[in-house]
Design a protein around this ligand. Structure first.
Ligand code: CMX
Length: 138
């Protein structure tokens, strides 16, 4: 298993419309996509910096993972995502190291990725995602 780069950093925000102003007007980044991930109960907005992305996460339901996070901790860094070459291999590797997986199998995430989350209780308190870009592989 090999991590190739930091694919994105997920940041929980109260409002994408409000947060976008800071990322665009102050940091000078461009939002290239807004996408709702219905099963995760979030709306996402993506910005690119080199090979890495910033993913803003706005909850669409207070019972979803980002809604609960915002309620408990407020806005801020929600997760870090590492790119891997082969997500099935990476999940097997994590399981062989006794890492608690939120997702035992990969699933479709935002921006064309196959993703799986590792539980923060197994990762020193940092919610961690692994993702494989399938866009050039199928
Ligand atoms: N980072 C670090 N720790 C976190 C966390 C986060 N983002 N979210 C929750 N936790 C911690 C909580 O603080 C809590 O710790 P304590 O027991 O010490 O208080 C512990 O994890 C359990 O939290 P909880 O509120 O009881 O449990 P939840 O029902 O909120 O589930 C988690 C937590 C991580 C399993 C859930 O948020 C999850 O499945 N996340 C993965 C999916 C996800 O985050 N989707 C949104 C993004 C989708 C996308 O990027 O497209």
């Amino acid at each position: 298993m090999q991590l190739t780069h930091i694919e994105h950093i997920g940041i929980a925000v109260n409002s994408i419309d409000d947060a976008k102003k800071y990322y665009e007007d102050v940091l000078g980044l461009t939002c290239y996509k807004i996408e709702e991930v219905v099963d995760q109960k979030v709306k996402t907005a993506f910005f690119k910096i080199g090979e890495t992305k910033i993913e803003l996460l706005e909850s669409t339901n207070p019972e979803g993972p980002v809604g609960k996070f915002i309620e408990k901790k407020g806005e801020g860094i929600h997760h870090i995502a590492f790119a891997v070459d082969d997500i099935h291999n990476a999940i097997s590797h994590m399981q062989s190291k006794d890492v608690r997986m939120v997702d035992e199998k990969s699933r479709k995430g935002a921006d064309g990725m196959d993703i799986a989350f590792l539980h923060p209780k197994s990762t020193l308190g940092v919610l961690t995602e692994i993702c494989e870009d399938r866009s050039n592989k199928d």
